[in-house]
Design a binder for this molecule. Structure first.
Ligand code: URP
Ligand code: ZN
Ligand code: ZN
Length: 468
């Protein structure tokens, strides 16, 4: 016996190839790939029955509970988020630590991240994880870029955190262009990846006030307050700032055709611009923020309030095309789960103290770490919105691992290098893979899934996750 596990009769699909082969696994690593490995060389054997085998999913945009709670009281912890991830075929998640603005000194950012690591490790985790850092405050002084550069360099050295996110919207988090230049100067110098949430926060504020003054407060108007040009403008501006600083940037959760166009143009000019989109923008639409699900509750659309908001139905085609033509580098879930019961009556409720259910008080975000892989396998690959299964693997597994520094340990199936994080899918046309999504199968802590009732024609039959 040589191998701990042997997978036979599958088609290996990576970001570059698809071919029939057997896989031998030892000590949680891919040990060998070869034709017809004899079963007697392994302690255990799985028959893939002609199904495809892909790397486990890498979800590079997941919000979990953490000490600073910049995103509010999301209900999933690292424990329950990794459980939910594995239930849907994602075997690595990259979540967020937040900057503690009360900490000062040269290691303040490292200390912020340390607190989050300690917090996340209090409970059992179901798969490997990484962290980005959310920047909450960057002083508007001319020395701030040098201070930040030193902090980011030690953050990378001490904790291996190689990416930061900043916001161009959200009260209390919105960065001025001046601060953005300071961030970009520092991230370029320290070699840190810069993630941008691009929406023009001033337009959002003006529109929110105007809509409220007209009595237009329902969840649907959240989307009206931040139309696609709001994202397009901020994307253009951030690209301009990144050109000034010669800093590569990654636009997270891109949902707007104007933003896609700006990103594509910049990429064509040879500027290092990367972009992420999410299943909710590819599959749902602004109609899902209206009262539906057969309920008669005008607030129900609050379940699908996120930023950027869900868009018109026609936008989906533009986003799928951008995935297929390489404009989008990665697809992540932006999992950010608030209990609907809490949005309605509990901690995050939008009704207490004269709030009257106004959309501005609904916390932004929806759960999705579990459903990302099966949803996009079905709506992307099986429905031919993308042209190959290799493209699916590239943007859901391989590219996020490359972008955030965990390739080829993650996102690949390479003997001697890759962890044996693998998905064995049902053979195409095999009815056993047909699944109607419901909230129980998400294995998260949230009390709803935005994808309730959707039917997909495949679901990972086996998810192998070997934790480091
Ligand atoms: O609505 C969203 N996207 N919530 C999560 C926070 C963020 O901006 O990514
Ligand atoms: Zn964001
Ligand atoms: Zn997010």
């Amino acid at each position: 016996v040589i191998y701990d596990l042997l997978i036979k009769n599958g088609f290996i699909c990576t970001s570059s190839d698809i071919y029939p082969a057997d896989i031998g696994i030892s000590n949680g690593k891919i040990a060998v790939i070869a034709a017809n490995i004899d079963s007697e060389f392994s302690k255990e054997v799985i028959d893939a029955e002609g199904g495809v085998i892909t790397p486990g999913g890498v979800d590079a945009h997941v919000h979990v509970d953490e000490p600073l709670k910049l995103m509010g009281d999301v209900i999933d912890t690292m424990g329950t988020a990794t459980r939910s991830a594995v239930a849907g075929g994602t075997t690595t998640v990259i979540a967020f630590a937040s900057q503690d603005v009360n900490l000062k000194g040269p290691k303040a950012l490292s200390e912020s991240v340390n607190k989050t690591i300690e917090f996340c490790q209090k409970e059992p985790l179901y798969c490997d994880y990484g962290l980005h850092l959310i920047l909450a405050l960057v002083e508007e002084t001319d020395n701030a870029c040098n201070v930040l550069d030193k902090q980011l360099s030690s953050l990378y050295k001490d904790q291996g955190v190689s990416s930061v996110k900043f916001f161009m919207t959200y009260p209390g988090l919105q960065m001025s262009d001046y601060s953005i230049l300071n961030i970009m100067y520092a991230t370029r110098k320290s070699g840190i990846t810069t993630m941008v949430h691009a929406e023009n926060g001033d337009i959002v504020r003006w529109m929110t006030e105007s809509l409220e003054n007209q009595g237009l407060i329902e969840p649907y108007y959240h989307g009206v307050s931040r139309p696609t040009i709001v994202e397009g403008e901020a994307t253009n501006r951030a690209i301009t700032l990144s050109i000034m600083m010669n800093t590569p940037v990654l636009f997270v959760h891109v949902s707007s055709p104007e933003a896609v166009e700006a990103i594509r143009r910049a990429q064509t000019m040879g500027i290092k611009v990367f972009a992420e989109t999410c299943p909710q923008y590819l599959i749902l639409s602004q109609a899902d923020t209206k009262c539906h699900y057969g309920h008669n509750n005008w607030f129900e659309g609050a379940k699908n309030v996120c930023s950027p908001p869900l868009r018109e139905d026609q936008t989906k085609e533009c986003l799928w095309r951008a995935m297929d033509n390489g404009t989008f580098t990665i697809v992540s879930s932006d999992h950010c789960s608030y209990l609907y019961s809490s949005k309605y009556r509990g901690k995050h409720n939008a009704f207490d103290q004269g709030k009257s259910g106004k959309f501005r008080y609904i916390p932004n975000g929806m759960p999705g770490v579990c459903a990302r892989m099966p949803l996009d396998f079905h709506y992307g690959y099986l429905k031919e919105n993308i042209s190959s299964l290799m493209k699916f693997v590239e943007v859901h597994c391989t590219n996020p691992a490359k972008l955030y520094g965990c390739y080829p340990q993650k996102g690949a199936i390479l003997p001697g290098s890759s962890d044996a994080d693998l998905l064995i899918w049902y053979p195409i046309e095999d009815k056993r893979g047909h699944t109607k999504i419901n909230n129980r199968m998400m294995y998260h802590s949230c009390d709803y899934t935005p994808y309730e009732g959707l039917e997909v024609k495949n679901w990972p039959r086996y998810t192998l996750s070997w934790k480091c």
